[in-house]
Write a protein that binds this ligand. Structure first.
Ligand SMILES: [Mg+2]
Length: 163
């Protein structure tokens, strides 16, 4: 049974995602969370491995954008050097920022992959939109206080979480 709180798939990290497989399945856009999905929470810059991964996505043909609940200064200063559009203070799982991202990329939700490390923001938000959701293991244990609380609820709803 499809559950709005369950990711379609789990991945240990973004680097374990089958990018070519997603393209072959018809997906054309990748929306991704920032903190603890691409880099550690509040880590200011991309790693060389992340830069290469983003380049791989774009070379394959994907449109890529960041969608983060973190504040403007953090998100913009991270995304700008990468040349990636970013939606900050997105208030995931609310729909508004997802809709703006789809409009900017000129893609449909069903062509879009949402990647993130949290059930109640990234996965719930992507699923509600009808996107293909991929949940990654958080990169590091350090995160915002409110997030730590939500992890307890995640454990209740996601008994099959592989980590
Ligand atoms: Mg996150």
């Amino acid at each position: 049974m499809f559950d709005v709180l369950r990711p379609r798939v789990f991945a240990s990290s973004i680097y374990h995602i089958d990018v070519s497989g997603l393209w072959d399945a018809g997906y054309r856009a990748v929306l991704t969370d920032l903190d603890n999905t691409l880099v550690e929470w509040n880590s200011p810059t991309a790693t060389p491995q992340l830069v290469a991964w983003l380049e791989q996505l774009r070379e394959r043909g994907f449109q890529v954008a960041i969608i983060s609940n973190n504040k403007e200064s953090r998100v913009v200063s991270f995304a700008r050097p990468l040349g990636i559009p970013a939606f900050y203070a997105a208030r995931k799982p609310k729909r508004a920022a997802f809709l703006r991202a789809l409009e900017m990329m000129s893609v449909k939700a069903k062509e879009t992959v949402m990647i993130g490390d949290q059930v109640f923001t990234d996965i719930l938000g992507g699923n509600r939109m009808g996107m293909y959701t991929i949940m990654v293991q958080p990169i590091h244990r350090r995160e915002a206080g409110g997030t730590r609380l939500m992890r307890l609820f995640e454990r209740v709803v996601l008994r099959e979480k592989p980590w």
